[in-house]
Design a binder for this molecule. Structure first.
Ligand code: SF4
Length: 439
């Protein structure tokens, strides 16, 4: 029995895909092992957004070869699609597979027999038109369920459409099948995942369904306690979706909505499909219907043309907005994007100063959000995450909670009252005897 190990870089979508590919291997009789357990085959799933993707990829291959010098090493994922030739030159690599090929790895790599030449199987990205189902099962608390792939938007800074291709989706009925399978496991939370999830519904190049159809249908699946939407573009987060989530049995009041810039000038340069007024309106709609909702924001600093004045527009906009945390990205040039050709480049030092300012703002926002919720009762899903005698979990509105460790709490939903914020910045609940069973 050949032993195979996996390594994943990047986003949750990559994790769900690695998990599915690893199940394909197990079904074919391979033994899945940890990276250091002298595997015969290594599969490395790469990301194009990660900083220094090339260096990271080289490092992992080097480690793999140290552990198993005669192993077969295959590289898949977004970076493999963007730079197949460069990757094939990394010493120790046996095969490189692109977006259209990665789910046919076992069939395409003929028994993983080593050859003189590196096998490069990366079609043009236009050929990646099929949708491949995927969900992760590494963790028994939550699963990332892929429902959509690719993107038709073409934002000026983004390489994802080049690495993953056009927008395409699973069908509602097929997602429901996967959701029912998941409902039969111990998993309590499903995170709906995709590249541009609000664009769900395109099958064979034509719109067949809408994301709201999926939201309504999956809410009826018995056996799943919680459903989270990983991230959704503001222009696709409709009133109908927000209202439905507000009344849903299973969708949690947590929204992650990319903003990228609070300046309309920069939003236009980025080619985003909304202005700040629309974003403001989405936040206020959510907060009116769900005052305790958590709202996370992606923001990019240092995009070409972002003057001090325009950055301040973003800072002030975010400062005044009723949001809960930020994910701050420092802009970096990516080959073959429109933004890489733009003038008025922001110096690196300025980019990192702005990033720091927004990270501090994020901490202030998170703390304020946590403080506003102290004294109230929420449901926490406790995870297998124990440090210094404390077990951790998240409330439905994404507050990270710490309680005294009790093995019975792992993977359980419990009602808790939020007491105070501890030194680590997590919210401690009252003494464990105040942890109640969910009704
Ligand atoms: S919507 Fe997101 S994935 Fe699509 S091009 Fe813009 S940033 Fe990239």
């Amino acid at each position: 029995m050949k032993k195979v190990a996996f390594y994943t870089l990047g986003c949750k979508l990559n994790f769900s895909e690695t998990s599915t590919i690893s199940r394909q291997f197990e079904e074919k009789g391979f033994e899945k092992v940890d990276f250091q357990d002298t595997p015969d085959i290594f599969i490395i799933n790469t990301c194009s957004v990660t900083e220094n993707a090339d260096k990271k990829c080289k490092k992992i291959v080097k480690e793999a070869k140290k552990i198993s010098p005669n192993s077969y090493v295959a590289i898949i994922g977004c970076y493999a699609q963007l730079k197949p030739r460069e990757i094939s030159e990394i010493s120790g690599v046996d095969a490189v597979l692109g977006a259209a090929e990665k789910f046919r790895l076992i069939e395409l790599l003929d028994d993983f027999a080593k050859e003189q030449e590196v096998k490069v199987l990366a079609s043009e990205i236009q050929e990646a038109t099929a949708f491949n189902n995927a969900y992760s099962i590494n963790d028994r608390t939550r699963t990332f369920l892929k429902v959509q792939d690719g993107c038709n938007y073409g934002c000026a800074f983004c390489t994802i459409p080049l690495a993953r291709g056009k927008s395409r989706s699973n069908t509602v009925s097929s997602v429901l099948e996967a959701a029912r399978e998941i409902a039969n496991t111990e998993v309590k939370e499903v995170v709906l995942t995709g590249v541009n999830i609000g664009d769900f519904g395109i099958v064979d190049g034509k719109r067949q369904e809408k994301f709201v159809d999926l939201v309504k249908a999956i809410d009826e699946v018995e056996g799943i306690d919680r459903i989270r939407i990983s991230s959704i573009e503001p222009n696709l987060l409709t009133n109908e979706i927000i209202s439905f989530c507000g009344e849903s049995k299973r969708f949690v009041p947590h929204f992650h909505v990319p903003l990228q810039s609070g300046s309309n000038t920069i939003l236009r340069k980025m080619g985003r499909r909304y202005l700040r007024e629309l974003y403001e309106d989405r936040v206020s709609k959510i907060k009116t219907l769900m005052p305790q909702a958590c709202i996370g924001v992606d923001v990019i600093v240092g995009f070409p043309g972002e003057t001090d004045e325009l950055f301040l527009e973003t800072y002030n906009f975010l400062n005044e907005l009723d949001i809960s945390y930020l994910h701050v990205f420092t802009y970096s040039e990516r080959a073959n994007t429109r933004a890489a050709e733009m003038k008025e480049v922001v110096p690196m030092k300025m980019r990192s100063e702005r990033s720091k300012m927004l990270r501090i703002l994020s901490e202030k926002k998170r703390r304020k959000f946590y403080e506003e919720n102290l004294g109230q009762t929420f449901t926490v899903l406790f995870e297998d995450d124990v440090q210094d005698g404390k077990i951790h979990g998240f409330t439905e509105n994404y507050i990270r909670v710490a309680a005294k460790y009790d093995p019975m709490l792992v993977n359980e939903l419990k009602l808790v009252t939020l007491d105070h914020i501890n030194e680590q910045g997590n919210v401690e609940v009252l003494e464990p005897e105040f942890v109640y069973e969910k009704h």
